[in-house]
Design a protein around this ligand. Sequence first.
Ligand code: AP5
Length: 190
Amino acid sequence: MTGIPGVGKTTVLNELQDLAKQNRVGLTVMNFGTIMNEILRELGKQMNRDEMREQDIETQRKVQELAANEISNRAGQGTIVVDTHMFVKTAVGMWAGIPQNVLQRLSPRLLVLVEADPEQIAGRRRSDTGRKREASLDEEIRFDLEWSRATAAASAVATGAPVKVIRNDAGKQKQAAQELFEVIRKVVGV
Ligand code: AP5
């Protein structure tokens, strides 16, 4: 499950977990960034999640791979949904959140892109004062949405997994979660 910062993927995932509970479907959400943050802490590097993408790329690459291994090891029974990014904006450029080695480790059966209108994403970023968000020009957000789609297309070719685009329109997070839940049920067969 991917989406650019502020698109509302965590909000939709919270709704999804409620739906899974109500329907007695085993579903666990793992946040890739949280696991990377835990690994960095174990390596003696304490930082907030928004500082991780500012680390040198080799450090991020190493921690990214360790996180993929950790997720794969933690995965038990039931459906695992990984909350992550198609790409991360680093100091040296757009860097894949799910490069080939991570894709192989996670072996996703479904790739999800959460999208919303650029103006709404900009507004959500502005209102989310607890986080250090990216610049919020509509034009940049539009570019990021396109880059996400391009990266998802490449991941779809590499894995053979379908890509589902979920719209998270204003006030429609429950509908977005419902749509996602139905697609997951079809893909996983629960
Ligand atoms: P991550 O934890 O994913 O942070 P993020 O990108 O900022 O995403 P959030 O989860 O905070 O935002 P969101 O889009 O889910 O929006 P939210 O639901 O909060 O990643 C952190 C870091 O981890 C990355 O920067 C990177 O360094 C690292 N990382 C992660 N994956 C990696 C990978 N694979 N490889 C390498 N590094 C990786 O919602 C935002 C606001 O909008 C809220 O206020 C909410 O109330 C509102 N809102 C949401 N939906 C709606 C709606 N439908 N209507 C109205 N308001 C809404």
